[in-house]
Each structure stands twice: as structure tokens, then as C-alpha cells.
Design a binder for this molecule. Structure first.
Ligand code: 6PG
Length: 241
């Protein structure tokens, strides 16, 4: 299935398009008195989105219906400058009326293997299951310059087919991460990449244009439950498409 491409002039406009997607989806669920279960990634691009959500969507999104989970987390305390939760708390969570009970933090300070197992059980309990796999309504992914996504790196592609739904990944620099695995990502109702900047253009072209070299990039192997994958990009990232 061909990827669905959304291309905008600037990173800010790209982030706004994703913010509007979250608003629309949350409102749709709200009308059915249902929560929306969203898993978010870390990194500088998601941070742009979170800042926008905090500054301009605090009153419009039905935050009391939003249940927030993480795609991945660095194995550091939440107060560490590299913590995805810490970044999300500062740029979003402390500024919007989301209930603490609806924020499901990966505990990066815990033993990695123990935390992966804890979070796996948490997802089994907190989310609807489809074929035994926890199903998110929406997963927001970033992509690294090396084509990694979540904390699934090119040197550990086995996480794409793991029997686990949450596992321990390892950054090439040796840092351990807690990460959703391929089966969990690929079970979601909707999977959206938010990718900006010229540094991503080469890998994006290989993935989206189905060049044979794409196979080595984890980001080439994720999609939603119905096979769709959406890319929200700025013109810089999409400049070779
Ligand atoms: C992480 C992220 C990771 C990130 C990409 C893109 O914990 O680092 O989950 O997958 O989304 O590396 O990061 P940038 O948006 O900063 O390029």
C-alpha cells in the first residue's frame, strides 16, 4: 500500500497539521464518550508539536478523553535532560488539563528488562486487544537520520518481529531504551510519522520511493493495522520525493 503523504512549507505548519489530526480524532472519540489512546515519541520534532498543543490547543482538545502512552523512553530518570517524558512534561503535560491518571509513563529509571515487562503488562490491561496485541488509536512516530523509529535501530531489526509488545532497545551509542516493538506499532488504528528537516530527505526518499536500500531502515517496516502509513513532512524533508 502506498504511503499517504502530507507535505507542508515549514516544520511549524507540519506540526499544526498533526495537532489538528489529534484534535479531530479526540473530538470524534469524545462524541462517542470514548477515550483516545495515543502513543507519542520523543525527539526535537515531536517537541515542536507538544509546544504547539500546549500553546494553542489547550482549550480545544478534550484532554479529559486523552490517554497518553509512550512509544519509547530512554533508560534515564524522568528528570534527566534526555528523558522523553521529561521533555513532554515540560513542553506539554504541565500546561494542559490532562489527568495524571491518563498519563502512562515508561519508567526509565527502572531496570530496563523489568520496566519493559511492566509496561507490556500495563498495555495488556489498559488497551483494547486485537489478536492479543494492545491496539492504540494513534501512534506518533519520529524517524532518525539513520532510519530508526521508536527505539528500533538498524542494528536490531529483530524488534520489528518480536514476540514481545514492549522490549529493550539499544541505541548505537549503547544507551538502553524501552520501546514498543513492531507488532505493537503495526497493530495501531493509525500510524503517523512526523518528520522535518533536510537531514531526513535521503532516507525518506529511499523509503517512500521503495528503493531496494529501504529494507535496512526500521521506519520502512511500520504501518497501521490496515496497512496504511502516513508521513507528515515539511518541504525540506520531502525535497527529494
Ligand atoms: C527518541 C525517539 C526517536 C525520535 C527520532 C526522531 O526517543 O529519540 O523516539 O525515535 O523520534 O530519533 O527524532 P528527531 O525528531 O529529534 O529527529
Amino acid at each position: 500500500m502506498d504511503p499517504i503523504l502530507h507535505i507542508y512549507d515549514t516544520p511549524e505548519e507540519t506540526a499544526r497539521a498533526v495537532a489538528d489530526l489529534i484534535l479531530t480524532n479526540a473530538r470524534s472519540k469524545n462524541k462517542l464518550s470514548l477515550p483516545i489512546n495515543i502513543a507519542i515519541s520523543g525527539g526535537s520534532t515531536p517537541k515542536l508539536l507538544f509546544t504547539l498543543l500546549a500553546n494553542q490547543y489547550s482549550d480545544s482538545i478534550p484532554w479529559h478523553f486523552v490517554r497518553l502512552f509512550w512509544v519509547d523512553e530512554r533508560c534515564v530518570p524522568p528528570t534527566h535532560p534526555e528523558s522523553n517524558f521529561g521533555m513532554t512534561y515540560e513542553s506539554l503535560l504541565k500546561q494542559v488539563p490532562i489527568h495524571d491518571t491518563n498519563v502512562f509513563r515508561m519508567q526509565g529509571e527502572n531496570n530496563p528488562e523489568t520496566e519493559a515487562e511492566r509496561y507490556q503488562k500495563l498495555l495488556q490491561n489498559e488497551l483494547p486487544l486485537k489478536d492479543g496485541i494492545p491496539q492504540f488509536d494513534l501512534i506518533l512516530l519520529g524517524m532518525g537520520d539513520d532510519g530508526h523509529t521508536a527505539s528500533i535501530f538498524p542494528n536490531d531489526m529483530s524488534l520489528l518481529q518480536s514476540k514481545l509488545t514492549v522490549a529493550v532497545g539499544v541505541h548505537p551509542n549503547g544507551q538502553k531504551r524501552i520501546t514498543l516493538t513492531g507488532p505493537t506499532i503495526n497493530q495501531a488504528e493509525q500510524v503517523v510519522f512526523l518528520i522535518t528537516g533536510e537531514a531526513k530527505k535521503d532516507v525518506l526518499r529511499q523509503i517512500i520511493r521503495h528503493e531496494s536500500s529501504r529494507e535496512k531502515f526500521p521506519a520502512a517496516h511500520v504501518h497501521s493495522a490496515n496497512g496504511e502509513i502516513e508521513f507528515y513532512m515539511d518541504k525540506s524533508a520531502a525535497s527529494e520525493l
